[in-house]
Design a protein around this ligand. Structure first.
Ligand SMILES: [Zn+2]
Length: 284
């Protein structure tokens, strides 16, 4: 959901920043084989090509962006209309409310927002999820990096999911560490407190301004660096986390599926501008 660069990772891996590959800065004349082929194709041909690249690979990694969640009915607070509504209603922008500093100082206000705007959202899964599960069952899928805080993947047999922003289900008491399900927080009157010790409950998501967990990040980056096919879904390559992950990708089969065009799209090897849930079942 949020876009800070995980600087701690860079600091503990000093070579990485220099190593950032030329993908984002390559001249258009220097196209790789995949890009050259894809440049001549219409959408149907690109879908068939993506299907072939996946069929021929036994190491596929997925990077699922905010677009995948939006297709499930989640709101995107980065959108102007939503941000405006929230500012009107809460007198603060969503990034402020969902930040660690706001949480620490105005916990009651935070929970008012969090319970109503995040935990009470009714989401549905899409055709994307069974498609990912199918890929998992085929043995090709080696990891899924996701911003999905709603844990929708838990309804499917999908392994090695790296929840970069945490999730809404694993909430802990800040004092005794007791775990609480999402429903406990959502249905509590006012601010949720621990029924054992009375401590405040820390939501399981990563708040704005907080670091990404290093263990998750390291595993995610390892998966990306070994991937043959990298499927980037419902986001663009300008997103900092995507950019960070892509900079560790070594191969030339980066398939980007997103409804919204972006100027960085040309850094992908194959781009399909459609809804993720329409395309995923066709390529696995
Ligand atoms: Zn407790």
């Amino acid at each position: 959901m949020y876009n800070e660069l995980p600087c701690d990772y860079y600091n503990s891996n000093p070579g990485k920043r220099q190593e950032e590959n030329g993908r984002f800065y390559a001249k258009e004349s220097i196209m790789n084989e995949t890009q050259k082929k894809a440049a001549q194709m219409d959408t149907d041909e690109k879908v068939a090509y993506a299907r072939r690249l996946i069929a021929e690979s036994d190491n596929v990694v997925i990077m699922a962006g905010i677009g995948v969640m939006m297709e499930c009915g989640a709101l995107n607070y980065d959108r102007d209309t939503e941000a405006y509504r929230i500012e009107e209603e809460y007198h603060q922008c969503p990034e402020e409310i969902m930040s660690a500093s706001f949480y620490n100082v105005r916990m009651e206000r935070f929970y008012e927002f969090y319970k109503k705007e995040i935990l009470s959202t009714n989401l549905h899964t899409t055709a994307t999820f069974p498609a990912i599960e199918k890929l998992q069952k085929s043995g090709k899928l080696k990891g899924v990096l996701t911003y999905n805080i709603y844990g929708l993947n838990k309804e499917y047999e999908i392994e090695n999911v790296y929840e970069l922003d945490g999730n809404i289900h694993d909430n802990r008491c800040s004092k005794c560490q007791k775990l609480f399900p999402m429903e406990y927080l959502r249905d509590s009157k006012g601010m949720p407190v621990c029924d054992e010790c009375g401590g405040t409950i820390r939501p399981g998501i990563r708040l704005h301004g907080e670091r990404m967990r290093n263990d998750i990040l390291t595993d995610a980056v390892n998966a990306v660096s070994k991937a043959e096919v990298l499927l980037v879904l419902g986001t663009n390559l300008f997103d900092n986390m995507v950019k960070f992950a892509v900079n560790h990708y070594q191969d030339n089969k980066l398939i980007l599926i997103t409804k919204h065009e972006h100027f960085t799209d040309k850094a992908a090897d194959l781009v399909i501008h459609e809804h993720v849930c329409d395309i995923m079942p066709k390529i696995v």
